[in-house]
Write a protein that binds this ligand. Structure first.
Ligand SMILES: [Zn+2]
Length: 144
């Protein structure tokens, strides 16, 4: 099963070349697992959409439409969950990029377009009273 941060670690390019190869294999395996999982969800979705069996009047277009709509919601749910996880990783304080002072992080909701349609992100924002500016830390910059 996936653990939070697995992809981030795998995609981190600071490791040595041998490590890169191992990570690449691990990432490939993980992708395979996720794709299999998603295919299983597709099967569940089909059973859920037509619990009494698929009537002969249901055409391929309708089947695809049901699956594609669900896939969009899957993208949205996954993106919102992953960005929420990153926000959790950032915590409640972040050093100002200007002066290094620890500043209180607030989160505000922002609507963005993803391949699944609109998604609501909890975007971290902080205000440094010393530099008198707002800054927007990202989870990746927090790890540096
Ligand atoms: Zn500052």
């Amino acid at each position: 099963m996936l653990r939070a941060g697995d992809f981030g670690r795998v995609l981190d390019c600071k490791s040595k070349e041998g490590q890169d190869m191992a990570d690449e294999k691990r990432l490939e395996r993980k992708r395979g697992e996720i794709e299999e999982l998603a295919e299983g969800w597709g099967k569940l979705l089909a059973r859920e959409a037509f619990p009494n069996g698929v009537g002969l009047d249901v055409d391929l277009f309708t089947m695809e439409e049901i699956a594609a709509t669900a896939a969009k919601r899957l993208v949205r749910g996954a993106i919102e969950t992953m960005t929420d996880d990153q926000a959790e990783t950032l915590g409640t304080e972040h050093p100002c990029p200007g002066c290094g002072k620890l500043c209180q992080l607030d989160y505000r909701s922002r609507s963005i377009q993803v391949r699944g349609g609109p998604a609501e992100l909890n975007e971290p924002v902080a205000h440094c009273s010393t530099c008198r500016r707002d800054f927007f830390p990202s989870a990746s910059s927090a790890q540096n």
